[in-house]
Design a protein around this ligand. Structure first.
Ligand SMILES: N[C@H](CCC[C@H](N)C(=O)O)C(=O)O
Length: 330
């Protein structure tokens, strides 16, 4: 069975195109396969943050469908870094450069963009739908219907938080440089993703954001179902939206924002529709690290001893890009 090892800003995944299989995986196999291949210790070649399952879409208006399974086996409604890699995969399969991909709540526009550097392929993905409603976030924080730049005393007496679903749930706090690298993010996010916590019973992606300058932010994320990742595309998009809303003197709708993260850099834009709803553009790399061959039944037992790994030259190109371009941005 063929897999692709991919990443967006260092947030890494295996892509499994189920349309190439004789028999699709069962729901239980989709979950178990993700838990086995993603395992950072015993998984496939160092594991990954999740698995992106590709299948045929609901009709010819979309090039395909993407489902997102986190490393812990939980399913998410969206993956911003992942959809760019799936967009590149489908672009090359279908020989198209602009099309839509079906996701849990929306068919999202994607398009090929100029490379960031040699062998650093780039795609632009629509991040949508966006909601501030507690019910769309699975959030029980206050009687209020939404949470915008407010304290949550049970979490912290000083930090202010905003909650937004894009459509997966994000809790975002703008902090100083010390906090970005401190322990608070891990403490708060571990609690909010622990079983039985009353605030986010289904968990939540938690991000700390540092403003580096006009239209330049740094986002660090603890992801639901994974833990700390190099980057989280939906988190960087949600953080860009909150940056535009909370720092109107520095940014605005349609302005290009540079978003740095531990894994690299993406560009975002925040848009407003006539009905008042927001959506974001997430523009960043779609790196294919390796082509992989595994035996499905062996993989489901966690046995990757007979896997074949065919590395591309793109990871080295990406690391050169991060060294050269991103460092200058800091
Ligand atoms: N952990 C996320 C899904 C993956 C999102 C992230 N990898 C991205 O690039 O948006 C969640 O459970 O909502």
């Amino acid at each position: 069975m063929k897999l692709l090892k991919v990443h967006g800003s260092g947030n890494d995944f295996f892509i499994l195109d189920q349309s190439k299989l004789e028999k699709s995986l069962t729901e239980a196999e989709l979950k178990l396969f993700a838990q086995k291949v993603c395992d950072r210790k015993n998984g496939l070649h160092g594991g990954s943050d999740g698995v992106l399952y590709v299948t045929a879409g609901h009709d010819a208006s979309v090039a395909g469908k993407m489902r997102v399974i986190n490393a812990d086996g939980s399913e998410a409604s969206m993956c911003g870094n992942g959809i760019r890699a799936v967009a590149r995969y489908l672009s090359e399969q279908k020989e198209k450069t602009a099309f839509k991909i079906e996701t849990m709540y929306a068919d999202l526009k994607v398009k090929k963009e100029p490379d960031f550097a040699a062998q650093v392929k780039v795609f632009d993905a629509e991040i949508s739908p966006v909601s501030f409603a507690s019910k769309d976030l699975g959030m029980n924080v206050s009687s209020k219907k939404k949470l915008i730049n407010e304290t949550i005393p049970v979490l912290s007496s000083t930090l202010k938080f905003s909650a937004v679903a894009v459509p997966n749930p994000h809790l975002i706090s703008f902090v100083d440089h010390a906090a970005i690298n401190g322990k608070e993010l891990g403490r708060i996010a571990s609690y909010l993703n622990s079983k039985g916590n009353p605030l986010f019973p289904d968990g939540v992606n938690v991000s700390f954001v540092e403003v580096l300058g006009r239209n330049r932010i740094f986002v660090r994320t603890f992801e639901r179902g994974v833990g700390f990742t190099n980057a989280c595309g939906t988190a960087m998009s949600a953080s860009s939206l909150m940056y535009v809303l909370l720092f109107p003197e520095q940014s605005g709708l349609e302005e290009k924002i540079t978003v740095l993260n531990p894994g690299g850099m993406v560009k975002t834009k925040v848009h407003n529709r006539i009905d008042g709803s927001y959506w974001m553009s997430l523009i960043g790399n779609a790196t294919f690290v390796a082509k992989v061959e595994v035996d499905l039944s062996a993989a489901l037992t966690g046995d990757f001893s007979r896997a074949h790994w065919y590395e591309t030259d793109e990871q080295e190109a990406y690391e050169n890009f991060v060294r050269s371009v991103v460092k200058n941005e800091l």
